[in-house]
Design a protein around this ligand. Structure first.
Ligand code: FAD
Length: 432
């Protein structure tokens, strides 16, 4: 086994969480090594960004690159019923400060490469095709064993940021406790298409979420031609259908008027991918010499596109936490670990409540028709844009929104929505 030199921080994984933390640590003069299992560019799911991740992109210095490349501008989000009987469009610019008025839809292969290159240009070293196998924690350091070009290597550092995504190398190695937050298991099937129907005007870059009785579709315009389309449904419903993921995708498109309309000329240009069973959160996200960032710390249902924003912001928080301890080369204190974990939980809790709201048909009726009183639509737009740090005035309006969502079950505050399909089975079309 070959042992390399001592680093300040080793970052496991070169996705958004890893690149954000490595870039910001390097910017402050740390010697950082990123170990990445794959070779970039590589396909990854998670293509719709949220405006409240913009600050980190600015801090890393890639905002202008994103603007000058062919990424689609995202000015909002829309939610539509599968039978086309109801819809609601959000515009970030209407209710949010200028810096959050837009963000981007991104093909992750290009976006992640841009982020990783940026981290390296800020001074981080990186190794691709380097799979971390084991992490050993000592009082004053961390030893990481990784496989690279069929040889086992060991690297040492004072701190380790685990940004290895849902595989969570450190989480597994320390056998950290995790919770599924009481969320049912789900499965997603998705691909890229050409010739999917686009919205007119400025809404061309909106993400479209099509809500169907037991799940939802996303349609994310990635560039002038390409659209990412995916179906998310409960794992139990999927299994009960006795169909392959592709068959289930095709059948669901054919039985919902809105999807049939948007996909009528669609041509599939990539294979179908599937992801299953993905909600979890570790009870602890930091220890004396380690932190978990992004999906490695926890991941919840992607309905509100929170993943990359949480990865970028937790990656930044991990960097700040390491920097504070590194001044005296000391382990993170109990209090620092607790604060980091609490911040991660606070951020993901907001999405957790939104997700529960989305899957509750009564609450969703309030979301689709938020009362104009008390500037509730502005509060809901903040939530959809990923704002998780509430001012006092936003805090109580968000509380009222969730209260109305609960009351809707007993008192009809917003009009009720029907999910009944309008398509007779005789009109089923051939698949893609
Ligand atoms: P990742 O992006 O997963 O990066 C982890 C990196 O670590 C990878 O490059 C991997 O190769 C590397 N790695 C893993 N193991 C090792 C190892 N042992 N050694 C070295 N390297 C390793 N998010 C959004 O923001 N918007 C969306 O629209 C969205 N849609 C989604 C749809 C679905 C169906 C799913 C499942 C997720 C979606 N997400 C979305 C979530 C998003 O994909 C993730 O939250 C995001 O990629 C997390 O970034 P990360 O950096 O934490 O992890």
């Amino acid at each position: 086994m070959k042992t390399t030199e001592l680093w300040d921080t080793i970052v496991i994984g070169g996705g958004p969480a890893g690149s954000a933390s490595a870039g910001l640590l390097s910017k402050k003069g740390q010697r950082v090594l990123i170990l990445e299992k794959q070779s970039f560019p590589r396909f990854h799911i998670g293509e719709s960004l949220l405006p409240y991740g913009n600050d980190v992109l600015h801090e890393l210095g890639i905002w202008e690159d994103l603007k000058s490349m062919s990424f689609m501008r995202k000015l909002g989000a829309e939610f539509v019923l599968g039978n086309s009987a109801g819809s609601h469009r959000f515009w970030f610019g209407k209710n949010l400060p200028q810096q959050y008025a837009q963000t981007f839809q991104v093909e992750r292969a290009k976006f992640d490469k841009l982020l990783l290159d940026k981290a390296c240009s800020l001074g981080a070293h990186h190794l691709e095709n380097a799979t971390v196998e084991d992490v050993l924690f000592r009082d004053d350091s961390v030893e990481v064993t990784y496989l690279h070009q069929n040889e086992r290597h060991q690297a040492k550092a004072r701190y380790c940021v685990d940004a290895s995504g849902r595989t969570s190398v450190v989480g597994r190695s320390l056998q950290l406790k995790k919770s599924d937050l009481g969320m049912p298991k789900k499965i997603a099937v998705f691909s890229h298409f050409h010739h999917v129907h686009r919205n007119d005007g400025e809404a061309v870059g909106h993400i479209t979420i099509v809500r169907i009785p037991n799940g939802w579709f996303w349609l994310i315009p990635l560039d002038a031609e390409k659209t990412s389309v995916g179906l998310v449904q409960m794992l139990t419903d999927f299994k009960a259908q006795d169909l392959t993921p592709e068959e289930s995708f095709n059948r669901t498109v054919q039985t919902h008027a809105e999807l049939l309309f948007r996909m009528r000329n669609a041509k599939k240009i990539a294979p179908f991918y599937t992801e299953a069973d993905y909600t979890f959160r570790h009870n602890r996200a930091a220890g004396p010499r380690w932190l978990l960032a992004g999906d490695a710390a926890g991941f919840i249902d992607p309905i509100f596109s929170s993943g990359v924003m949480v990865a970028l912001r937790s990656g930044r928080q991990a960097a700040h936490t390491v920097l504070a301890a590194a001044v005296r080369n000391r382990p993170l204190s109990w209090w620092e670990c607790r604060r980091y974990t609490r911040k991660f939980k606070q951020m993901t809790n907001v999405f957790y409540f939104m997700i529960r709201m989305f899957y509750d048909r009564h609450a969703f009726e309030v979301f689709m028709n938020p009362s104009p009183l008390l500037r509730l639509p502005a509060a809901v737009t903040n939530l959809v844009a990923g704002n998780t740090d509430f001012s006092w005035s936003l805090f109580w309006r968000v509380k009222i929104f969730f209260l109305l969502c609960r009351l809707q079950r007993w008192i009809p505050i917003s009009p009720s929505l029907s999910y009944k399909s309008t398509i007779p089975s005789s009109r089923l079309q051939p698949s893609f």
